[in-house]
Design a protein around this ligand. Structure first.
Ligand SMILES: Cc1cc2nc3c(=O)[nH]c(=O)nc-3n(C[C@H](O)[C@H](O)[C@H](O)COP(=O)(O)OP(=O)(O)OC[C@H]3O[C@@H](n4cnc5c(N)ncnc54)[C@H](O)[C@@H]3O)c2cc1C
Ligand code: FES
Length: 238
């Protein structure tokens, strides 16, 4: 969905999200969080899969319809310096904030994992244009395996010194993030993870979107302290 929103598109940073009011009725009552996709001037893209009532209603909007967004919300990705080697790793629809990040980074390695060719979350022209390497669980497109396995295979091509320059930026389902965090820890690779959590308010008031802190007691709020976290700072749970 392409949305005309000059204020958000011109002030957002990669990794931030909008909280979308679905419609005028009370069903659904709560807004839904969606990552801010690539922006072009006064326009931004929202890319989503239909999960339930909110995304279903959103998918039925027509050109010219108005939607109510709060944003940009949350903390963005930290951009890499010129000496580092950024590696973007998306799982399914988690690719969205990485598309926006890719627009701000020159020469990133970009990996995307999907279940199969029929569940691609980016169209083929964009895959080619951005040079995205695909992994599919059923082997129907690209690497036969999951995207973390593809990342491990890609790592074999880098020397020890080069590995130290890698910064991973990732967004995807929790099992992927847990496996990726473990691989990054094994090779001492810095990783920033964009996490998803069910959200009610989206602005730090309701405490519904917690993730446990790894280095201290207590919890972070994904909407306010994230959604992007240093992998070492959060304890991920299946
Ligand atoms: C910061 C952030 C950014 C997001 N960006 C995107 C995006 O760019 N594109 C996109 O397609 N989705 C994104 N999501 C997920 C999206 O918010 C949910 O899919 C959406 O809220 C579901 O609303 P619904 O009314 O369609 O489904 P509901 O009727 O609310 O739920 C349908 C099913 O989906 C499950 N579900 C709901 N929310 C989530 C969630 N956050 N994670 C996993 N399962 C969930 C529910 O438990 C239920 O089983 C993002 C979530 C967060 C927190
Ligand atoms: S969604 Fe309310 S505190 Fe995060």
């Amino acid at each position: 969905m392409t949305v005309y929103s000059p204020v958000i598109s011109r002030h957002c940073q990669a990794g931030q999200f909008v909280h979308v009011r679905i419609g005028d009725s009370f069903n659904p009552f709560l807004r839904r969080p969606l990552s801010i996709g690539p922006c072009d001037g006064d326009y931004l893209r929202l890319i989503f899969t239909v999960k339930g009532i909110g995304t279903k209603i959103l998918s039925e909007k027509q050109p010219g319809d108005m939607i109510d967004l709060i944003g940009p919300l949350g903390k963005p990705f930290y951009l890499p310096d010129e000496k580092s080697c950024p590696v973007l790793i998306g799982g399914g629809i988690g690719v969205v904030p990485l598309l926006t990040l890719d627009d701000h980074i020159k020469k990133a390695v970009f990996l995307l994992g999907v279940q199969s060719k029929t569940s691609l979350t980016v169209d083929e022209s964009e895959i080619n244009q951005r040079g995205i390497s695909i992994a599919s669980d059923d082997g129907s497109i690209g690497f036969n395996g999951n995207v973390v396995q593809l990342f491990e295979k890609t790592l074999q091509q880098w020397s020890g010194t080069e590995k130290q320059k890698i910064i991973v930026y990732a967004c995807g389902p929790m099992p992927m993030m847990i496996a990726l965090k473990s691989v990054c820890a094994k090779f001492s690779i810095k990783a920033y993870l964009s996490l998803e959590a069910p959200m009610a308010c989206g602005v730090g008031a309701c405490q519904s979107c917690v993730v446990r802190k790894a280095k201290a007691e207590g919890y972070y709020l994904v909407c306010q302290d994230g959604p992007v976290f240093d992998a070492q700072d959060v304890e991920l749970q299946p």
